[in-house]
Design a protein around this ligand. Structure first.
Ligand SMILES: Cc1cc2nc3c(=O)[nH]c(=O)nc-3n(C[C@H](O)[C@H](O)[C@H](O)COP(=O)(O)OP(=O)(O)OC[C@H]3O[C@@H](n4cnc5c(N)ncnc54)[C@H](O)[C@@H]3O)c2cc1C
Length: 307
């Protein structure tokens, strides 16, 4: 039996593994891949200490850091996806889809999240050809153009405010009459001369030829289908946490994220910690995920050594 199983190879899981190695905890890092969500980003400009780095390069750096600490205490199981996490004698057992089994006294869940995709005709066809899920990565590509944002929560409005720095105009669509975002943020966007808000509007189809040229939507008030001439469609329809395998063991919030104590990243079950985008903390970023992983490991270490 190991001391610790870490599930996930994004910034949270990799930070956890590096700290586990330094603390000489016998650890298995199980990860479908190394890099995490921002591996697809063209340029990450807020990874502290690095002015700009491509997502693929950041993933390579994570791999290099893991290669430097593996062996000794840390075993890597990359390309393995955890299908089930259960209680076992003296700790927990994780079984992967390929049938490999791991057991440990403690578990750090760092399995992150995936973006909820836009499910309308044309959305998949034009992904990365105008339909995008990341304003901080792709926003500057739409400099001087008209763009749409789908989603009336804080993420949608923050995306819109970010895009206003580059775009000619930003139109934000939201299915409901009332926006979900904080009123202050809504008013800040509304006050901008290049911002247009379309509540009560349901996206219907992304249209274009090689690249996006427009977004059809239904005006839910009149029932009329209208079309916006836009080159970019930024989707902020929420995140889906990768927590299915843990849902019988720990408390989740209403959207499936693991509830944690933000002081130490402990989940509701003794012996389980969670870090990064799979948790119910308010903000999700690479640096935060890595910090969570570190915070969790400090606590895991104390817990293991004082039992
Ligand atoms: C396109 C894009 C661009 C972004 N750009 C930025 C940016 O510029 N700056 C920034 O700070 N943040 C950015 N973010 C957000 C940032 O990527 C996340 O906050 C961060 O990746 C969260 O890290 P994490 O380790 O919690 O989870 P993730 O990065 O989601 O990593 C989860 C890991 O768990 C693995 N995994 C999932 N399920 C299982 C399973 N069942 N078994 C085994 N392994 C599993 C995955 O393969 C992955 O290795 C961006 C996000 C996206 C989508």
């Amino acid at each position: 039996m190991k001391d610790l199983i870490i599930i996930g190879g994004g910034p949270a899981g990799v930070a956890g593994a590096v700290y586990a190695a330094r603390k000489q905890l016998k650890t298995a890092l199980i990860a479908a891949e190394i890099g995490g969500q921002s591996a697809v980003s063209d340029g990450i400009e807020n990874w502290i200490g690095t002015p700009k780095i491509a997502g693929t390069e950041l993933a390579k750096n994570f791999e290099a850091h893991l290669a430097a600490v593996k062996g000794g205490a840390v075993e890597l199981a990359v390309g393995e996806e955890v299908a089930a996490l259960t209680k076992a004698d003296g700790g927990f057992a994780a079984t992967t889809k390929a049938g490999k089994a791991f057991a440990a006294r403690a578990v750090l869940v760092a399995s992150g999240a995936r973006r909820r995709k836009l499910d309308i005709p044309g959305a998949a066809q034009f992904e990365n050809k105008g339909v995008t899920y990341c304003a901080s990565c792709d926003g500057p590509l739409f400099s001087g153009m008209d763009v749409a944002v789908i989603g009336g929560g804080n993420a949608g409005f923050e995306t819109a405010l970010q895009l206003l720095a580059y775009a000619k105009s930003v139109t934000l669509l939201h299915r409901h009459k009332e926006f979900k975002a904080d009123p202050v943020t809504v008013e800040k966007a509304r006050a901008h001369p290049h911002m247009r808000l379309l509540p009560n509007s349901e996206p219907a189809e992304v249209v274009g030829d090689r690249f996006v040229s427009g977004l059809r939507y239904k005006d839910l008030g009149s029932g009329e289908v209208k079309e916006l001439q836009v080159a970019g469609v930024f989707v902020e329809a929420g995140l889906i946490p990768n927590t299915d395998f843990a849902k019988e063991l720990v408390d989740l919030d209403p959207v499936g994220r693991i509830a944690v104590n933000p002081k130490n990243q402990r989940a509701s079950a003794e012996g389980i910690w969670a870090a990064g985008d799979c948790t119910d903390e308010l903000y999700h970023q690479n640096n935060i995920a890595a910090g969570d992983g570190v915070k969790a490991l400090e606590d895991v270490y104390l817990w293991l050594k004082t039992r």
